[in-house]
Design a protein around this ligand. Structure first.
Ligand code: NAD
Length: 304
């Protein structure tokens, strides 16, 4: 069944996601503040809209893919999206935002007589282009059922995680595990170097022992053991360090709001923030390994 969608935010992720919805036969009215992005989406089958409000007024479903919670809340509220939409419109926010902002957005959606779902993604730009994203959804069963086939046109896996905000919660909990495990794996390789233990030997043991994890076996932070990992291409992302820093900032906000004591997550957030603001600004998050050893001891040879 063809649905009319408004798609707001046609950046690195939103552009290819909107294109995949159009490719699946839906009518997609696209808008971004950057005209060049609207033009690029139009070339991929998206109908250019004059504004976010005009797109939302015509749509059955409004998808947003924006940088942060403040963009979503402002667009929904002061910028008039909720007021312009027809009653009962389904608002699906795919941006990665604070759990508290996702819940506030959901309340605003419902108060305006609409339906809402938070549905952040994992899989990066490659997944957005190939329609292989994983969606983590938060909201009611009826909203999830309505959105599932549309999300399925942009991704490979769609998981209903619970009520409003549960999708964002799943996203930041997963990335907390990833950040802490990446730092742990990196520290182990640096310790191995100081003990004269070969990277490959540590990999051969840990990858089949209890140290096994994604950070080691897929995104290995040192070149060699996993040929496809970013470490083998000068740490070109992959998953860029600033995006990891952003997600850890959201996790830190949620930890503080909930009074949860998680010292490793907070330490990882501080490390990734410093790295993303400095040498890691354009590198994969696995390049954090470089901050753990003195520059002159970096066996990869390159300076960040
Ligand atoms: P991006 O900056 O490339 O795209 C965001 C777009 O939103 C921009 O083009 C911007 O012009 C547009 N925008 C901002 N305010 C707007 C408004 N009021 N109206 C219309 N357009 C507006 O960012 P991205 O990399 O596409 O990421 C989008 C979201 O997805 C973020 O929340 C990010 O954390 C999340 N995410 C990104 C990745 C990734 O690998 N890039 C992976 C998973 C999740």
């Amino acid at each position: 069944m063809s649905t009319t969608l408004a798609f707001i935010g046609l950046g690195h992720m939103g552009g290819p996601m909107a294109a995949n919805l159009a490719k699946a036969g839906h009518r997609v009215l696209g808008f971004d503040l950057v005209p060049e992005l609207v033009a690029a989406a139009a070339a991929a089958g998206v109908e250019p809209a004059a504004s976010a409000v005009s797109a939302a007024a015509e749509a059955d479903v409004v998808v947003t893919m924006l940088p942060a919670g403040r963009h979503v809340l402002s667009l929904y509220g002061e910028q008039g999206l909720l007021a312009a939409a027809r009653p009962g419109t389904l608002f699906v926010d795919c941006s990665t935002i604070d759990v508290a902002d996702a819940r506030a957005a959901h309340e605003a959606v419902v108060a305006a007589g609409h339906r809402g779902l938070d549905a952040p993604v994992s899989g990066g730009v490659v997944g957005a282009e190939a329609a292989t994203l994983t969606f983590m959804a938060g909201g009611g069963a009826e909203e999830f059922a309505a959105a599932e086939p549309l999300l399925g046109a942009m991704g490979r896996k769609v998981v209903h995680c619970g009520g409003p905000g549960a999708g964002q919660a799943a996203k930041i909990c997963n990335n907390l595990i990833l950040a802490v495990s990446m730092i742990g794996v990196s520290e182990a390789f640096v310790l191995a170097e100081s003990l004269g233990l070969d990277h490959q030997a540590l990999y051969d043991v840990a990858s089949t022992a209890s140290g096994q994890c994604w950070a080691l076996t897929v995104n290995c932070p040192v070149p060699g053991p996993v040929p496809t990992s970013p470490a083998n291409r000068a740490y070109r992302p992959g998953f860029a360090a600033p995006l990891m820093a952003k997600d850890l900032g959201l996790a830190a906000n949620a930890l503080r709001a909930g009074g949860v004591d998680a010292p490793l997550a907070l330490k990882a957030a501080a490390m990734y923030t410093a790295f993303a603001e400095g040498a890691g600004a354009e590198l994969d998050f696995s390049a954090i390994v470089r901050t753990l050893r003195p520059v002159e001891a970096d066996p990869n040879g390159a300076s960040a």
